[in-house]
Design a protein around this ligand. Structure first.
Ligand SMILES: [Zn+2]
Length: 326
């Protein structure tokens, strides 16, 4: 039996805001199962002050502020109501439920605790319209992905500037830019890559949001675990929160299917020099979603949601946040 502690400094902040000395020495028990460190879900529940319900294979934890839905032997989860693909399956062993320690630390805790996140100013934002020039990306019946991405990126830039951010685009016209050049083109506080999706199945639709897979975790849909630390992994935790903040606003405000918050090792995320996400804002291969995306008003709603997500993230990581909660 091992005890897993969330970082002490963060724990102190948790205690100071929870007004409970009972948490002073609170420890989350952990156990290695098939080579992976897991934590007891009952301790996680206590740690966040949540209640629980079990319904068949589904375990739900909830409090006034947060919710977590997990399914036994599955990586499918909902964190605060939004689909999030865990790095490891939730397990039941001898009547105890377990989640991977890495999922607690890097999939869930960054969403639940603002004060567990590194402080960061958000002034300059790079928007990266995916593809361009000789690389059209995917396409629908009427539009190439590269053109749709640029349209959305230009609208996003306009609104972010209005709100007061400095914004740079990796391209502002139809030109080809190597993936390797995109994350390093500007010094920025956030990197947002804008894409639209395609599938061979026309019925597939919805929005998904990607952040960089932390070392020792699996990317969504992949079985292999990589341990290499990439430059973007400096922002593990922040990447999760940024993805969750933007994805939540998109799902809450758009009538689009929640395809989930996912992890990937895309080059623009791996080589990012700041917190970064890649947004897949809809399927051009789905005729009705393509039609919606072609509407200026729909894109305006998309862009408003992304900006709201960015503002929420900025608030969560703002340096004066700690003072404000005392
Ligand atoms: Zn793309």
């Amino acid at each position: 039996m091992h005890f897993y502690k969330l970082p002490v400094a963060l724990l102190c902040l948790f205690i100071s805001t929870s007004c409970s000395s009972l948490f002073a020495n609170y420890e989350i028990r952990s156990k290695v199962i098939s080579g992976v460190r897991y934590v007891y879900l009952i301790d996680v529940k206590e740690y966040y002050g949540m209640k629980s319900k079990v319904n068949g294979k589904v375990v739900s934890l909830y409090s006034a502020d947060h919710s977590l839905t997990l399914t036994k032997d599955s990586r499918y989860a909902k964190v605060d109501g939004k689909v999030l693909d865990l790095g490891y399956v939730m397990l039941l062993r001898n009547n105890d439920y377990f989640i991977a320690e890495k999922d607690l630390r890097l999939s869930i805790d960054p969403v639940y605790r603002d004060w567990g996140l590194a402080r960061r100013a958000v002034n300059t934002i790079v928007i990266d319209p995916g593809h361009g020039g000789k690389d059209p990306g995917s396409h629908g019946l009427k539009v190439y992905e590269k053109d749709m991405n640029l349209e959305i990126a230009l609208q996003l830039k306009e609104l972010l500037v209005k709100v007061g951010y400095s914004v740079a685009l990796t391209r502002n016209n139809d030109k080809f830019i190597k993936l390797a050049n995109r994350p390093t083109m500007y010094n920025a506080d956030l990197f947002i890559s804008v894409h639209t999706n395609a599938s061979t199945a026309k019925s597939v639709n919805g929005i998904e949001t990607y952040f960089l897979t932390p070392p020792g975790m699996k990317s969504t849909g992949h079985k292999r675990t990589y341990y290499t630390r990439q430059s973007g992994n400096k922002f593990d935790g922040l990447n999760t929160r940024l993805a969750h903040s933007i994805h939540s606003e998109l799902i809450d405000n758009m009538s689009a299917r929640d395809r989930g918050i996912k992890r990937a090792r895309f080059q623009v995320l791996r080589e990012a020099k700041c917190p970064a996400v890649l947004l897949e804002l809809g399927y051009l291969s789905n005729p009705s979603e393509e039609k919606r995306l072609l509407g200026v008003r729909y894109r305006e709603e998309l862009v408003i949601s992304i900006v709201r997500g960015i503002v929420a993230f900025e608030k969560a990581v703002a340096a004066d946040e700690l003072l404000a909660t005392e």
